[in-house]
Write a new protein. Structure first.
Length: 416
């Protein structure tokens, strides 16, 4: 079976998380991804958060599957020459260096265009053009500047960041879409182009509903599905933190289940979806709410939501989260157990679909990773281990046309 991106060659000049997320996806879709790493040290994440001495960290291995690794000192003249050869022979360069680093290295957009006018140059930066464009950015900075932190957490607590890496991996996903779109356009124009995904923009895109709410708040002064409304609190000028309230038109909350006193994840997310209100009332033994005008309509329920959730919780606390899920699903009542990472890692259905994959690594042995979350029916993903530092340097240079002697000379000079 062919792969969707077979024949596309990527010069992967990425490091840490955001860029590698993007190029890993492209590799899973069949692109030949050549990761260019600093000679001697490689991507800094190889050594970060190590759980096994001298083995590439899970941080690195889980973001760099299906790639080839070459080492190259791109600040030395002969290293620059190798990079130029790579630029001439690749379709896409992906980079997420600090702003200006590529220019300082001598590889401006104009220079890259001279070398290969078809080259697509894709970048992750912290910010787009503007007052902060020169700033270095990591995950949580993006969550804070993209609107996620100010809208996450509880009303009476500080802003919160989320465990989902929406700044890094979220931006990598955005960049991947930009790249395949630019490749598609190149089919018609024959030209490359620059692709930029700024982390602030990507986070804001994922926080779109909160900008919606900001404008609703400014127009009406109130948002009835927010817990502040139910609790009779006043709204300020900006979208407040909504705790675990549902972001959509159907109210929801996290409810305790059996065992919550000792298990921090014995909770279920419960949605009081309007079409199944009658079923909800029957399941929890409050059939009188079906016709009671104080509860019968979504509008009547809005000021009573926290009381309703507390009543449903009295019922959920008598059952495990999985029992609650089974019972509510029988009635088509939307809900979801709070799954711990341990439970997710052990979930057989995720193994069967390839969303969780066990990979064997020559130094660290077997480990679990998240496989390709995007499934194509005609381009299957086989997850292969991440490369060792410089594992493919000779192979790639030979493919680029370098003789064994030339490769030996570059090694002697410590360029590779
Ligand atoms: N050979 C020689 N030098 C190399 C090289 C190579 N193969 N690869 C990179 N370098 C150099 C760069 O040219 C740069 O040199 P310069 O500072 O002299 O111009 C240097 O290595 C460091 O790169 P930089 O990107 O500044 O790394 P950093 O560790 O200081 O900063 C980030 C890390 C993530 C903060 C920064 O890269 C950044 O803001 N990136 C954009 C946003 C982003 O992706 N953030 C999310 C990270 S998950």
């Amino acid at each position: 079976m062919t792969k969707a991106l077979e024949g596309v060659r990527i010069l992967d000049f990425t490091h840490v998380q955001s860029g590698p997320t993007c190029t890993q996806l492209l590799a899973w879709f069949g692109a030949d991804v050549i990761k260019v790493e600093k000679t001697g040290e490689g991507d800094a994440t190889r050594g970060q958060l190590r759980d096994i001495q001298d083995a590439d960290s899970l941080y690195f291995t889980m973001l760099n599957h299906n790639k080839r690794s070459i080492t190259l000192d791109t600040k030395k003249p002969s290293g620059k020459q190798v990079l130029e050869t790579l630029i001439k022979q690749c379709d896409v360069m992906v980079e997420n260096f600090a702003p200006g680093a590529l220019d300082r290295m001598g590889f401006t957009w104009e220079r890259i265009q001279e070398l290969n006018p078809k080259m697509i140059v894709a970048s992750v930066k912290g910010f787009g053009p503007g007052p902060y464009e020169d700033c270095k950015v990591y995950e949580n900075v993006a969550q804070c500047t993209g609107g996620a932190a100010s809208t996450t957490g509880f009303d009476d607590g500080p802003p919160m960041v989320t465990g989902a890496q929406i700044g890094d991996s979220g931006t990598g996903l955005h960049l991947a879409l930009g790249i395949v779109t630019a490749l598609y356009q190149r089919e018609k124009t024959g030209r490359g182009q620059k692709v930029l995904a700024a982390m602030q923009d990507a986070v804001l895109n994922l926080c779109r509903v909160k900008l919606r709410d900001q404008q609703r708040l400014e127009r009406t002064g109130v948002m009835e599905e927010y817990p502040q409304f139910t609790e009779g609190k006043s709204f300020g000028a900006a979208v407040p933190r909504a705790g675990n309230a549902s972001g959509g038109g159907q109210p929801g909350w996290t409810l305790k289940c059996k065992g919550w006193q000792t298990d921090p994840n014995a909770y279920i997310y419960f949605i009081a979806q309007a079409p199944v209100w009658g079923s909800i009332c029957k399941v929890i033994g409050r059939e009188e709410w079906i016709t009671d005008p104080d509860y019968a309509t979504p509008r009547a329920r809005l000021p009573r939501l926290m009381e309703i959730f507390a009543t449903v919780e009295e019922w959920t606390k008598t059952k495990t989260k999985f029992e609650v899920m089974d019972i509510l699903n029988e009635y088509d009542i939307p809900c979801g157990p709070i799954l711990s990472m341990k439970e997710i890692a052990e979930e057989p259905s995720l193994r069967e679909t390839g969303t969780i994959v066990e990979v064997d690594h020559p130094v660290r042995g077997k480990y679990l990773t998240v496989g390709n979350p995007i499934k194509l029916s005609d381009s299957a993903t086989e997850v292969t281990r991440s490369p060792l530092l410089g594992e493919h340097t000779d192979e790639v240079l030979a493919q680029l046309g370098y003789s064994a002697e030339a490769i030996a000379a570059l090694r002697e000079e410590r360029v590779i």
